[in-house]
Design a protein around this ligand. Structure first.
Ligand SMILES: NC(=O)c1ccc[n+]([C@@H]2O[C@H](COP(=O)([O-])OP(=O)(O)OC[C@H]3O[C@@H](n4cnc5c(N)ncnc54)[C@H](OP(=O)(O)O)[C@@H]3O)[C@@H](O)[C@H]2O)c1
Length: 256
C-alpha cells in the first residue's frame, strides 16, 4: 500500500460515489504518480466526481472511472483484472463501499425488493471481495477496506434487512481477513455508526452521529497503521459491546 515514502499508489473504489469512500481517499496520502479508479453504476455522474476528486488530490494523481454493478457477480473476476491493468498492474488498496440502506417497510411486503438490498450489500459485494482476493493472492499484497456497520452487530426491528446484510458482510470480512493474511493481504473492517450524509438524508440522527470526514480520517489512519477493526466514532465499540449482550426483552425496548 505504501511507496518508499509511505504514500498510497493505486486505489480501487467499489461504490465510487460513496461519501465515506471519497472522504477516505481525500484523507489518504496519495502521492504524485498515484492512480485512483472510481467504479460504480452511473459513469456519467462518476466523471464529475472524478474531476472534483482529481482537483483535490492535485496534479500528478490520476483519477479514472469504470462501470461496475455490485449485483452483477458474474462479471466481478474480469472486472478486477481490468481494474488492475488500469491501475498499472497492482491494486494496493480497495475500498469496498457499495451499499444501500433500503426501505425496511417495503422489504417486509416485497421480498423481491428485499433481495435486491441483500444483494447490493452482501451477496454481490462478497462475490466482488472474492474476485479482489484472487488479485491479492496473485500480487502477494493488498489491503481491502470493507464498509460494514454497527447495524450488523445486532439487528434492530427498524432496519433488520440492512442490519442482516451488514452482519453477513462483517462475518465474511472476518473470515477473508484470516484467509488472506498468509498471502500478504490485509482486510480492514469499518463499523461506522450513523453518518450524516447522503445515505441518511432526512433521517433523525442517532446518538453518536458522525460526519463522513471523521470516517475518512479514521479509515486512513487504519490503512497506515495496524488497526484492522475500526469503529467510528470509537466509543461505539463500548456501546455495542453492551448492546450485544443486553437481554432481548431489554434490547427491544430501546428507541429506534
Ligand atoms: N452513511 C451511513 O450512515 C453509514 C453508516 C454505516 C455504514 N455505512 C456503509 O458505508 C458504505 C458507504 O456509505 P455512504 O454513506 O458513503 O453511502 P453513499 O454515499 O450512499 O454511497 C453508497 C455507494 O454505493 C453505491 N451502490 C449502491 N448499490 C450499488 C450497486 N448495486 N452497484 C454498485 N454500486 C452501488 C452507490 O452508487 P450510486 O451513486 O450509483 O447510487 C454509492 O456510490 C455503505 O456500504 C454503507 O452501508 C454507511
Amino acid at each position: 500500500v505504501k511507496d518508499a515514502l509511505g504514500g498510497v499508489q493505486s486505489v480501487l473504489v467499489l461504490g465510487g460515489r460513496s461519501e465515506l469512500a471519497l472522504a477516505t481517499v481525500r484523507s489518504l496520502d496519495v502521492r504524485p504518480g498515484g492512480r485512483v479508479l472510481l467504479a460504480g453504476r452511473d459513469t456519467v455522474a462518476l466523471e464529475a466526481t472524478a474531476n472534483d476528486l482529481g482537483r483535490d488530490l492535485g496534479a500528478g494523481v490520476t483519477v479514472e472511472v469504470a462501470g461496475w454493478d455490485a449485483t452483477e457477480s458474474a462479471g466481478h473476476a474480469a472486472f478486477v483484472g481490468q481494474a488492475a491493468a488500469k491501475l498499472g498492474g497492482d491494486i494496493d488498496l480497495v475500498l469496498v463501499a457499495a451499499g444501500v440502506l433500503g426501505d425496511q417497510d417495503r422489504s417486509e411486503t416485497d421480498p423481491a425488493y428485499a433481495a435486491t438490498v441483500l444483494d447490493a450489500n452482501f451477496t454481490g459485494v462478497a462475490a466482488a471481495l472474492l474476485a479482489v482476493a484472487g488479485q491479492v493472492r496473485t500480487q502477494g499484497h493488498g489491503t481491502l477496506v470493507v464498509f460494514s456497520s454497527v447495524a450488523g452487530l445486532r439487528a434492530r426491528r427498524a432496519n433488520f434487512v440492512y442490519g442482516a446484510s451488514k452482519a453477513g458482510l462483517d462475518a465474511f470480512a472476518e473470515g477473508l481477513s484470516a484467509a488472506l493474511a498468509p498471502a500478504g493481504g490485509r482486510v480492514i473492517t469499518v463499523r461506522p455508526g450513523f453518518v450524516k450524509g447522503r445515505m441518511t438524508a432526512g433521517m433523525t440522527a442517532a446518538p453518536f452521529a458522525t460526519e463522513p470526514e471523521a470516517v475518512g480520517k479514521a479509515v486512513a489512519a487504519a490503512v497506515s497503521g495496524r488497526r484492522d477493526v475500526v469503529y467510528v466514532p470509537g466509543i461505539l465499540q463500548a456501546v455495542f459491546g453492551v448492546m450485544r449482550v443486553l437481554p432481548r426483552a431489554v434490547f427491544r425496548k430501546l428507541p429506534g
